[in-house]
Design a binder for this molecule. Structure first.
Ligand SMILES: [Zn+2]
Length: 413
């Protein structure tokens, strides 16, 4: 009888907890929905265009991320409360020769065409944005907002004039390099070669300031970062990077760099690629399979279209065969907390790297992005602060970069 009494008591306690938490959860959901209706949320880095070229991906349809690993489409953006995404024109690092430059420039032009075609194909669903004002207009029209960024300054080859050309085609940032050194600067994941920015790299930064193209410091080496921050006349962004103090990875920014970025008026956009968020548990089988893939595809550098297609298929098979224990949304917000402490609330944003490896437990694809907002609300962030994190800070930088470009052009004339 005593046991039955204890059991009934336990049931009662569980029921009370469930009933008490349900209204709280519903209230939190309503609050988060309300926040997303009132802000413009921007993800500053997705590699989604890779899916258009490699798989003939239909972005207007809802996809199942468990089936095709895709992370972004318009229906899921709506579900996750994401208004705007930067589509990255990604160029893998190839030969630094005239032949290599010709190839990469052709590829960049064709990727612009692909993005323009996609955005032009669904005028009722989305629009291309060139300024924060465009984003505000498109949000009012209930459409998804597409910005363009370029990942890897290799895209310009050895031609400064292409910065203006790409700007005119709609690009609003260039990530100076990718995982390998290029003619502009050293990468955080390669050996020292230029010792930071090269002479050409310095001219590139000046020309980006003049044209109003945002300088993106994600992927670049520490010395390259300090060279940029000393030289630039405009605020810079890190389109997809995290805090090195929270996750010790060379791709992330240490506290001193965060302080310098803050003084520069720039913004670091929190990347949610698990390895940069939380040090992975040791997994030798996965590590050696990953190493073998990197070897097979020459560090994913200089691949033909066909090789790239096959590399994607092999990568999906690898992810299935060696699943990784992913970091969580709480881990992501730990980085945001730290960056806010070190750099300030005006210098942090979000750049997922979806479709380029990004995704954590609780925010595995774009449909789950409100979970980040939920965690921010739970930790006491106000709507005003969340507005800044979700895009306000990035739009401030975009505006500032544009104004400085106008000034620089006036001075030069
Ligand atoms: Zn990247």
């Amino acid at each position: 009888m005593k046991k039955l009494f204890l059991f009934l008591n336990l049931i009662f306690a569980v029921m009370t907890t469930i009933q008490a938490s349900r209204p709280d959860n519903a209230k939190l959901d309503r609050k988060v929905d309300k926040i997303h209706r009132s802000i413009i949320s921007i993800d500053s880095h997705t590699d989604t265009p890779l899916r258009f070229t490699l798989q003939g991906f239909d972005i207007s349809k809802r996809h199942d991320p468990d089936k095709d690993h895709s992370k972004v489409d318009f229906p899921r953006m709506k579900e996750g409360g994401l208004d705007a995404a930067f589509f990255a024109i990604f160029l893998s690092q190839g030969k630094r020769t005239q032949e290599g430059y010709h190839k990469v420039i052709d590829k960049t032009f064709s990727l612009f065409d692909t993005i323009h075609k996609i955005t032009g194909s669904f005028p009722e669903l989305c629009g291309l944005a060139l300024t924060p004002a465009d984003a505000i207009r498109l949000k009012k029209e209930g459409k998804r907002i597409i910005f363009i960024g370029i990942e890897n300054g290799y895209a310009i080859g050895d031609r400064l004039d292409l910065i203006q050309t790409y700007f005119n085609k709609g690009a609003r940032y260039i990530t100076l390099c990718h995982t390998k050194n290029n003619d502009i600067c050293d990468s955080s994941t390669d050996t020292i070669q230029n010792n930071g920015l090269s002479l050409f790299g310095k001219k590139v930064v000046a020309e980006m300031n003049r044209t109003g193209m945002m300088v993106d410091v994600s992927h670049i080496s520490d010395k390259s970062f300090y060279d940029v921050i000393t030289l630039t006349k405009a605020p810079v962004i890190a389109s997809h990077s995290c805090s090195r103090a929270i996750c010790d990875n060379h791709r992330n920014l240490d506290d001193n760099m965060l302080k310098m970025l803050s003084r520069n008026g720039g913004v670091i956009q929190m990347c949610i690629l698990s390895d940069y968020v939380k040090k992975p548990d040791p997994n030798p089988a996965r590590d050696s399979a990953e190493k073998a893939l990197y070897k097979k595809y020459h560090n994913f550098s200089d691949l033909t279209e066909e090789e790239m297609k096959q590399a994607h298929i092999d990568w999906d098979t690898f992810e299935h065969g060696f699943p990784q224990k992913l970091a969580t949304v709480a881990d992501v917000v730990d980085h945001i907390d730290h960056i806010v402490k070190v750099a300030g609330i005006d210098h942090v944003g979000i750049g997922t790297d979806f479709d380029g490896g990004g995704g954590v437990t609780g925010c595995y694809d774009v449909s789950q992005m409100k979970n980040i907002t939920k965690e921010l609300v739970k930790r006491g962030y106000t709507t005003g602060q969340i507005r800044k994190i979700w895009g306000g800070n990035l739009m401030r930088v975009m505006d500032k970069v544009r104004v400085i470009s106008i000034k620089l052009n006036t001075v030069n004339n």
